[in-house]
Write a protein that binds this ligand. Structure first.
Ligand code: ADP
Ligand code: MG
Length: 498
């Protein structure tokens, strides 16, 4: 794609997210919400739409929807209405999905995003184009999930398609954004921010791999400067952040090329092929008319009293944004470190406990944002799955700050503390890693190195300081990384200058 194209076209993106709510049982039936169970083992007659059954609303779902509404600064509506969305599909036994249409439980919210700055975008950000942005959330409504079709199952010697209804009736929130995003990076920043909030407030585990957090991306393009929206397409079922970004890029470029070649964008539902990184039309877009929505006569309108909303508000934890700015002011962390640490509630709590126990918030932030996150990535585990505790990390930090353990030796112990826990001080002694700060010992090492490299010493004496680091390295090596570097440097300089 040529550069002028990106300058003359603006991308417009709106996202629809479906997130599974963290409940024990389904939205309208007592069947349990389970993942990975044997097909059709978590199903109640209500999920099967047997004759004569009636839906009973799970109150916990209402609670969680209110939580989300408040966390995204939205309006929790005093009255909302369940509606039937009628369509036929084998995984939908009732022939309709119970959702909310004209009167959703939550409307008019927003959240703040900070797109990751990288590559080309970095220059724009530096020029003042980046930074935090507010993204509008049109609505969030309650609905039930459908079942799942499983294809190519071998049965009695032939391949068949089967239906698993374990997922049928699992409660969802559909969260619909305004068309406020302008780049793929903003879209994925929005998804990350939303997922982080959902997890903080305990509304959803939002695990994409388990299908608990699914995204449809609506994309259109328009000439830069235009205020009218272009015709959009909707890319369905994007199941990773990377795919969301790649699909949006591919679709926006497809539309631009189409228009520049004299064509017009037709409203359609698109699929994304992650291997070829291309979008293609699946079907021409249906309208909401096609679903013949109408209020569900089996369910009365959902009324929520103001007291109930206030009680939920009082029970909300500190949200990521609030925590992030507090981490900046209370602990003097950079905005970047505060952002990384508060993206995950468990990590944020781990940081605060460590900082309080060791008295050094900066050191705690460094260990967590660099070393710990690297270990977690490499091992592909969660913080909770490790044996590291705030007390262990705090005592490791104190050993370093007290000059009893060098940074290098601490880094050597760290992976084992992550795997097995333990007392860093005991481990340090067992491994003979106590820092060498004893003047006599360091003098001895410095003497050895200075005597072994007379020409280098001469060079430094003649005014060239560069090889000093080489000698430092030699002394550190001779101490097996245990000598306190500042002390080695001081001793070396004194010895050379003498
Ligand atoms: P539907 O119910 O048919 O999916 P909505 O009006 O609810 O349609 O919009 C769905 C999503 O599409 C919303 O996230 C909205 O922000 C987004 N959207 C609407 N118009 C556009 C557009 N022209 N370009 C990009 N996104 C759009
Ligand atoms: Mg939609």
């Amino acid at each position: 794609m040529q550069d002028h194209t990106d300058l003359s076209w603006e991308w417009v993106i709106g996202l629809e997210v479906h997130t599974h709510l963290k409940t024990e049982s389904k939205l309208f039936s007592p069947a349990p919400v389970v993942y990975g169970a044997e097909p059709n083992h978590a199903v109640h007659p209500i999920d099967l739409a047997l004759p004569g059954v009636l839906p009973v609303l799970n109150e916990r779902v209402v609670e969680l929807a209110i939580r989300l509404g408040l966390a995204i600064h939205g309006t929790v509506n005093p009255v909302s209405v369940f509606a039937r969305k009628n369509y036929f599909y084998p995984d939908l036994p009732k022939g309709y999905q119970i959702s909310q249409f004209e009167d959703p439980i939550v409307s008019d919210g927003w959240l703040e995003i900070e797109p990751e700055v990288r590559g080309q975008a970095k220059k724009k950000a530096a020029a003042g184009g980046g930074g935090r942005r507010r993204i509008g959330i049109t609505r969030a409504h309650i609905e039930e999930d459908a079942g799942k079709s499983i294809h190519d199952v071998a049965i009695a010697g032939r391949e068949d398609s089967c239906i698993d209804l374990n997922r049928a009736g699992v409660p969802l929130l559909e969260i619909v954004s305004e068309p406020d995003m302008r780049t793929a990076a903003e879209a994925s920043a929005y998804l990350r921010a939303l997922r982080s909030i959902l997890r903080y407030i305990g509304v959803s585990d939002a695990d994409m791999e388990k299908g608990q957090f699914r995204c449809d991306a609506n994309v259109s393009v328009r000439p830069r400067g235009s205020r009218e929206l272009g015709t959009r397409t909707e890319i369905k079922n994007l199941n990773s952040f990377v795919h969301v970004e790649e699909a949006i890029e591919a679709e926006a470029r497809r539309q631009i090329e189409l228009i520049e070649d004299g064509g017009t964008v037709v409203q359609a539902t698109m699929g994304f092929d992650p291997v070829r990184r291309r979008t293609s039309v699946q079907r021409l877009k249906e309208n909401s008319d096609d679903y013949r929505y109408f209020p569900d006569p089996d369910l009365i309108p959902l009324r929520i009293e103001a007291d109930r909303i206030e009680a939920v508000r009082a029970s909300l934890p500190e949200l990521p944004d609030e925590k992030r700015s507090r981490f900046g002011s209370e602990y003097g962390l950079s905005d970047y470190d505060a952002g990384v640490l508060t993206a995950n509630r468990e990590l944020a709590a781990f940081f605060e406990e460590t900082a309080k126990a060791c008295g050094s918030p900066k050191a705690a932030a460094n260990w967590l944002t660099r070393d710990l996150l690297r270990e977690l990535r490499e091992r592909d585990v969660e913080l909770e799955e490790t044996s590291l505790t705030p007390a262990i990390l705090a005592s490791l930090i104190r050993l370093v700050e007290d000059g009893r353990l060098t940074a290098r030796s601490a880094a050597e112990l760290f992976p084992d503390l992550v795997s097995d826990g333990g007392d860093p001080e005991v481990l340090m002694r067992e491994r003979g890693l106590e820092a060498v700060s004893d003047a006599g010992a360091i003098d001895g090492l410095v003497d050895q190195v200075v005597e072994a490299h007379p020409d280098v010493v001469q060079q430094i004496r003649e005014g060239d300081d560069k090889p000093l680091n080489f000698l430092m390295g030699k002394v550190m090596q001779a101490s097996r990384g245990k000598a306190v570097p500042a002390q080695v440097r001081k001793t070396l300089i004194a010895r050379i200058r003498s």
